[in-house]
Design a protein around this ligand. Structure first.
Ligand code: CA
Length: 224
């Protein structure tokens, strides 16, 4: 895992970099916000450790720029001064995932980075996201608003077909054709039953499966 440490205090940075290398990370150092921006634009990192108090372009600005680009979900841990509660709040509001208050113990930094790394790994394995719904197609598990969602094999299969064509009308015949070879014979009535069960499970979270009479179903685009 590649970590970028943004810290203007060279002594502190040196200690953190050594620690990260011992922990098995490939650790890189940027001494200013400008350098951090440049490297984030040019290189791929797995974690960002970002000091807020930097001369010139500060950590807030680096974070704001990073999060304003679509798809930049790089986990960020910010480093703030002791007692700077408003800094932590602002950093979290800008999209930081965690924070540490200086001075901190290096093993605690290590533990927090491991947690962020695990979360990153889990998210990368998740193949399908639809608003508050997450499907891990490899593990056959689903989450709704972060809570595990129980789906039967056939509910899972019907949902998979609808999700693959979000916003489009999918006929019962298309659902049957997609599922029968995998899960065995499926009737039109059975499709109705599975769709009805999926509605019960998904509608409380704002996910709607609309019936288009005579045509089929539409899993509507999610609008938060
Ligand atoms: Ca600093």
């Amino acid at each position: 895992m590649r970590v970028l440490l943004v810290e203007d205090d060279a002594t502190l940075a040196d200690g953190i970099l050594r620690f990260l290398e011992q922990e098995g990370y490939r650790a890189h150092w940027a001494a200013s916000g400008e350098e951090a921006d440049r490297r984030l634009g040019e290189e791929a990192f797995d974690l960002l450790v970002l000091d807020i108090g930097l001369p010139g372009r500060d950590g807030f600005e680096v974070l704001r720029r990073l999060r304003s680009q679509p798809g930049r979900t790089l986990p960020v841990l910010i480093l703030t001064a002791r007692d700077a509660v408003e800094d932590r709040v602002r950093g979290l509001d800008l999209g930081a995932d965690d924070y540490m208050v200086k001075p901190f113990a290096l093993p605690e930094l290590g533990a927090r980075l491991r947690a962020l790394g695990r979360r990153r790994q889990q998210e990368q394995n998740l193949a399908i996201r639809h608003g508050p719904l997450l499907l891990d197609t490899a593990a056959h598990r689903a989450w709704l608003r972060g809570e595990p969602l129980e789906l039967t094999v056939r509910e899972w299969a019907v949902l998979g077909v609808l999700l693959s064509r979000t916003g489009q009308v999918v006929s019962k015949e298309q659902i049957i054709r997609a599922i029968t070879p995998l899960e065995g014979e499926l009737s039109a009535n059975a499709v109705e039953v599975y769709v009805s069960r999926l509605r019960t499970k998904l509608e409380p979270a704002g996910i709607r499966i609309r019936t288009v009479r005579g045509f089929g179903y539409v899993l509507e685009e999610h609008r938060p």
